[in-house]
Design a protein around this ligand. Structure first.
Ligand code: MN3
Length: 203
């Protein structure tokens, strides 16, 4: 099955005023579609075409050499954006509860500490990339990746990721990436992040 762009689980304007409708249209319909199209083109006719995007990224070193860069960029872009739409919600914000909330508190001290670490990594990412909360197999960590590099490349499970490419925020925030990052937490869908956490810890 070739990859497909998943439908947004809310309307394009649902994340206003934090993320504007025009950005959501261009980002979801154009940018994500291009990653999907290019990933499918790179994998077409190979034995990899039917594998999950996580499995492909986690084993990228055994792909033919000429496929590795396009797959890293485009299957990575597909995985990253599929998660991104999922972990946002018009009913978002607030605080995580349950096992995720407890893990955040024990790892970072507080939710505010986690937000600061994620935002700081996102502000410091030079050029384009992502800032992440991941589970590395032993616990939670914050990291940033360049371009469309996915945490799955290192077998880390992404739980929450914020896109800091300019295409994610420029129409509304222009050069003010820190303002975008600060506003983003108003739309975080903690229930969806909890689901990723549950998968990562195998519960
Ligand atoms: Mn993007």
């Amino acid at each position: 099955m070739p990859f497909e762009v998943p439908a947004l689980p809310y309307d394009y304007n649902a994340l206003e005023p934090h993320i504007d409708e025009q950005t959501m249209h261009v980002h979801h319909d154009k940018h994500h579609q291009a990653y999907v199209d290019n990933a499918n083109k790179a994998l077409e006719g190979t034995e990899w075409a039917d594998r999950s995007v996580e499995a492909i990224l986690g084993n990228i070193e055994i792909l033919p050499e000429d496929k590795q860069a396009p797959v890293r960029n485009n299957a990575g872009g597909h995985a990253n954006h599929s998660l991104f739409w999922e972990i946002m919600s018009p009913d978002g914000g607030g605080e995580p509860s349950g096992s995720l909330g407890a893990a955040i508190e024990s790892t970072f001290g507080s939710l505010d500490e986690l937000k600061s670490a994620v935002n700081d990594a996102g502000v410091k990412r030079f050029g384009s990339g992502w800032t992440w909360l991941i589970h590395d197999g032993t616990g939670l960590a914050v990291q940033s990746t360049p371009n469309q590099d996915s945490p799955w490349l290192d077998d880390d499970a992404p739980l929450l990721g914020i896109d800091v490419w300019e295409h994610a925020y420029y129409l509304k925030y222009q050069n003010r990436r820190p303002d975008y990052l600060a506003a983003w937490w108003n739309v975080v869908n903690w229930d969806a992040v909890q689901k990723q956490y549950d998968k990562a810890v195998g519960s």
